[in-house]
Design a protein around this ligand. Structure first.
Ligand code: DX5
Ligand code: ZN
Length: 216
């Protein structure tokens, strides 16, 4: 199934609830929550309190993207704060399997994420263990950047690995996705589409609906 996961990094935090209700009302079921620690990526976004607040007001599926060093320190806490799926970066930990196990022990889904410079092959050993692979299509850290087309070649390679192994896990892309390139990302094999700045601007509900139409 194809899904849209709007990133609230580009929402107006002053009226976050309103912005989330706009996408929910448009028929979106997932929400992407970007957590940055100022170490793994140069910026700092938000963490547990914001996730908790969102969780307490919506039943949407919360797709949390941890851009933090040593995610094993915090994966359980993010699950407890309301994440339905916790994505962490392969580059951020020396204990990928331990991290996956910790997430699954909470009953939540686990995702592994790779930056643009990390080869597709890096995810292969873990494909049987995870619920989703997230391929960054920009350098993580900021919304509103331009998609790096070469990253979509990795999506194609990973989709083939998933199919060859007979798995049915999700493959998500994140960064620089807009209405003009979303079809291309899906052609390459992505089925979960993160979009921040292309959704949370002007008429948010109309933007979300336009994406949903293309995802059918
Ligand atoms: C970037 C984040 C993205 C970001 C996407 O580090 O992981 O989720 O919010 O924003 P756009 O869609 O504007 O590139
Ligand atoms: Zn993200």
């Amino acid at each position: 199934m194809n899904l849209l996961s709007p990133s609230i990094l580009s929402a107006d935090l002053w009226k976050l609830g309103e912005d989330i209700k706009a996408v929910e009302g448009a028929g979106v079921s997932w929400l992407h929550v970007d957590v940055m620690d100022g170490l793994f990526v140069p910026s700092i976004s938000y963490g547990m309190p914001v996730l908790k607040a969102v969780r307490s007001h919506t039943d949407m599926f919360l797709d949390v993207h941890l851009m933090i060093e040593k995610p094993e320190r915090y994966v359980e806490e993010f699950a407890a704060c309301g994440a339905d799926l916790v994505n962490f970066h392969l580059e951020a930990t020396e204990d990928v399997e331990g991290c996956i196990e910790k997430i699954h022990a909470t009953g939540k889904k686990a995702g592994i994420t790779i930056k643009p410079a990390t080869p597709a092959e890096a995810v292969e050993p873990y494909l049987e263990l995870v619920d989703m692979v997230l391929v960054m299509t920009v350098e993580p850290g900021f919304g509103g950047q331009k998609l790096i087309p070469e990253c979509l070649d990795k999506v194609q390679v990973i989709r083939k690995m998933i199919n060859d192994k007979g798995l049915s896990i999700d493959l998500e892309v994140d960064g620089g996705i807009n209405l003009d390139n979303v079809a291309f990302a899906m052609e390459k094999g992505a089925n979960v589409i993160v979009a921040g700045s292309a959704v949370f601007k002007d008429d948010i509900a109309a933007n979300a609906k336009a994406f949903l139409n293309r995802l059918q």
